[in-house]
Design a protein around this ligand. Structure first.
Ligand code: NAG
Ligand code: NAG
Ligand code: NAG
Ligand code: NAG
Ligand code: NAG
Ligand code: NAG
Ligand code: NAG
Length: 632
């Protein structure tokens, strides 16, 4: 059983999808992987007539739920949608994980929000896997076939990211998402099997019937991706007309594209009045288009080779000459597919079938697919680092910061500058400009994982905490402006390693301590460093001095000196105390005996001194008085 998870904005949820095998390659004995989501729905929904299951849209935290106001015969009968007000950010994505590797048809339906206060038709861009595939055109909500976008994409990393980008015209509103596996080789058009490209459906037309149909309505194989075919009864040329047949068509539902047999059971044919058949459509100019034409000889009057021969022209250029369906398929009621890629410079594409030898033209179906070159993505490590930064800085909702930071190139994240690194084939971040955005968070250590940064401006926010020393490892950094924040602590020594740093603004913070010596000397080299307005910084000209600077050896010396003095003091005090105890004890002993003895003894000591100093009267008198006196 395949388990698939839908996650948006880092939320991961699992849903179960009934696919029987774990085999990843396109094995046609099992059902293709398929997942359908009814956006905004709180319950799973089943829609008629085939009881199609649409999963409820749970686990999504962005955007708002709404009732869908629009419903037509193409749009699935779903009542809810999800819309994204601009205040929630310009980029909003569905990230659908656990998708088996392979080729997928992704189809998105849009509708208008039913609420009275959300009236206007939103215009927005849509990207798939980081590649912009379409811009909604004004008036889309009045044209059934413009209410959806469909593209083929190759999924290699088991997840699909579908993003909606606001263009300032209303809130993108999404009715449904379908992700339908097709054959790995479906619609091949280059050597890489389209892995570096996406194919957007510009037109799918089933001819000779006025009714649009999905593959499912035509009992088509599930591996065809349940394509949608718009119906065209005629090309409105006055003389062309629809024909149809109930006969079995051979060679129809074959790999890799599995076209439903019913597609070939109706057609438009020309007649004598206007033998040429011509189909015209508007296209996005300056793109390459892959065009697929479908034929089957279902006209009972044409039974042999040579009875119907025509040339096929795209925008006036002959692309296929002398197409003879019976000659090419070998029989009536057999499918023939012709495909060719052309480059279109103008706004119209005309497909012309020009009969020769007096015959008439026939066509059963037309597909026009726009070829879109896939964008390169942003380095995964840098995306993770930006997400860490987003939460550490507490980036407000209005920034969005969903999907890929650098692609689609039309919609990079705001505040992020990107550069393409041709060596790795990935986009990298070379600038961060989030100045004056009211940010209240802190600077995470992982900011250094954005190792291609040349410029950081976070000036004028309320960022607190320390400057991470890891900043010193962003070797290409030229500008670091962290001024006017609430940063504290000291300036990391590592910033001194940034030899390319030209502008360093740390003014207007609460930094303290010594400015690293390497930074202090730098302004001489014409760089501009500003450390003012930090009460606690010191150590370079213009700032207070930090007091005597002591080496570690000096500090150790001082510590030892202090210890020595202390020990000396302890010894002295101990000696003095002991001596004093001795004297006191002696006095106590003396006092306990006869006082005259003690007195006599004192006198005796005095007598001895007097005797010794006998030679000079004066001297002996002085000594006798006990004053200080030095003998010479
Ligand atoms: C959608 O419509 C239903 C009634 O049909 C109502 O109860 C519900 O509140 C509506 N939802 C929103 C988001 O307006
Ligand atoms: C169209 O295809 C040609 C040839 O393959 C290529 O050189 C050109 O860049 C393509 N144009 C676009 C718009 O992709
Ligand atoms: C159609 O005309 C060409 C020459 O104009 C001729 O060679 C060819 O045989 C004709 N085919 C038929 C079926 O008449
Ligand atoms: C599409 O056309 C190319 C030649 O233009 C051909 O090589 C290729 O086989 C065709 N694809 C299919 C599926 O017919
Ligand atoms: C950073 O942004 C502030 C405020 O917008 C601006 O004044 C300053 O010049 C910028 N710093 C640098 C180095 O460009
Ligand atoms: C920096 O400020 C924070 C509070 O914002 C405080 O917890 C921390 O202790 C301060 N650090 C220093 C070195 O002053
Ligand atoms: C440094 O910033 C202060 C404001 O904090 C400003 O007055 C001063 O001019 C700046 N000095 C330089 C050299 O830019």
């Amino acid at each position: 059983m395949w388990r698939s998870s839908i996650s948006v904005q880092q939320w991961h949820f699992l849903i179960l999808v009934g696919v029987a095998s774990l085999c990843v390659s396109a094995d046609h004995n099992r059902d293709p992987f398929a997942i359908r989501i009814s956006c905004g729905a709180r319950q799973n929904v089943h829609t008629p007539p085939t009881d199609t299951l649409w999963f409820r849209d749970f686990g999504y935290t962005g955007g708002r739920l709404g009732n869908a106001s629009q419903s037509s015969y193409i749009i699935p009968k779903l009542d809810t949608l999800r819309y994204f007000p601009l205040s929630d950010g310009p980029e909003n994505c569905y990230n659908i994980n656990r998708i088996p590797r392979g080729r997928y048809l992704v189809r998105l339906f849009f509708a208008l929000v039913g609420e009275p206060d959300v009236e206007s038709e939103p215009l927005f861009d849509i990207s798939l896997e980081g590649t912009q595939i379409y811009s909604m055109q004004p008036g889309w909500s009045n044209v059934d076939e413009q209410s959806f976008v469909e593209a083929l994409v190759f999924v290699m990393d088991t997840s699909i990211s579908i993003c909606f980008h606001s263009t300032g015209h209303g809130d993108p509103s999404i009715l449904s998402i379908e992700i339908l596996q097709v054959d790995d080789n479906a619609y091949p058009f280059d050597s890489t099997q389209g892995k570096g490209t996406l194919l957007r459906t510009a037109k799918r037309l089933t001819c000779g019937t006025g009714k649009p149909a999905f593959d499912e309505d035509y009992d088509g194989d599930h591996w065809g991706g349940d394509r949608f075919w718009l119906g065209a009864k005629t090309f409105d040329q006055g003389s062309d007309m629809p024909i149809s047949s109930e006969s079995k068509i051979i060679q129809a539902s074959v790999p890799p594209n599995f076209y439903p047999q019913r597609l070939y059971q109706s057609a438009i044919v020309s007649n004598d009045r206007q033998p040429e058949l011509s189909f015209q459509m508007e296209v996005v100019p300056n793109k390459n288009y892959s065009i697929w034409l479908h034929f089957a000889e279902i006209d009972p009057r044409i039974t042999k080779e040579g009875q119907r021969v025509f040339d096929v022209l795209f925008n006036g250029d002959i692309i296929f000459t002398d197409v003879d369906i019976i000659h090419m398929t070998g029989k009536q009621f057999a499918a023939l597919v012709l495909n060719r890629t052309i480059s279109v410079t103008g706004r119209t594409l005309t497909v012309t079938l020009r009969p020769s030898n007096g015959s008439h033209a026939i066509i059963n179906a037309i597909e026009v697919l726009e070829i879109i070159t896939a964008e390169f993505k942003t380095s995964a490590e840098e995306v993770t680092a930006l997400q860490t930064l987003k939460s550490a800085l507490g980036l407000p909702l209005r920034f969005g910061w969903n999907g890929d930071p650098c692609v689609p190139q039309q919609h990079p994240w705001s505040g992020v500058d990107c550069q393409f690194d041709s060596k790795s084939g990935r986009w990298v971040i070379d600038g961060l400009g989030l100045d004056n955005q009211g940010l209240r968070g802190f600077l995470p250590r992982d900011i250094s994982k954005l190792r291609n940064l040349q410029s950081i401006n976070l000036s004028g926010n309320s960022i607190h905490g320390a400057i991470p020393s890891s900043l010193g490892t962003i070797t290409k950094l030229e500008t670091l402006d962290l001024s006017y924040n609430e940063l504290n602590g000291s300036i990391p020594e590592s910033l001194g390693q940034l030899t390319t740093l030209q502008i360093l603004n740390l003014n207007g913070n609460s930094l303290s301590g010594r400015v690293p010596a390497n930074l202090g000397g730098r302004p001489l080299h014409r760089a501009s460093f500003n450390f003012t307005g930090n009460a606690g910084l010191c150590g370079i000209p213009g700032l207070p001095s930090c007091g005597p600077h002591l080496s570690t050896a000096a500090k150790i010396g001082i510590a030892f000196g202090a210890l020595f003095v202390f020990l000396l003091l302890v010894v002295c005090i101990t000696c003095w105390w002991k001596r004093r105890q001795n004297i006191l004890r002696a006095q106590r002993i003396a006092a306990s005996r006869e006082a005259p003895y003690a007195k006599a003894r004192t006198n005796f000591a005095r007598d001895v001194q007097m005797t010794r100093h006998q030679p000079g009267q004066d001297q002996s008198r002085n000594t006798a008085e006990g004053g200080p006196h030095l003998l010479s």
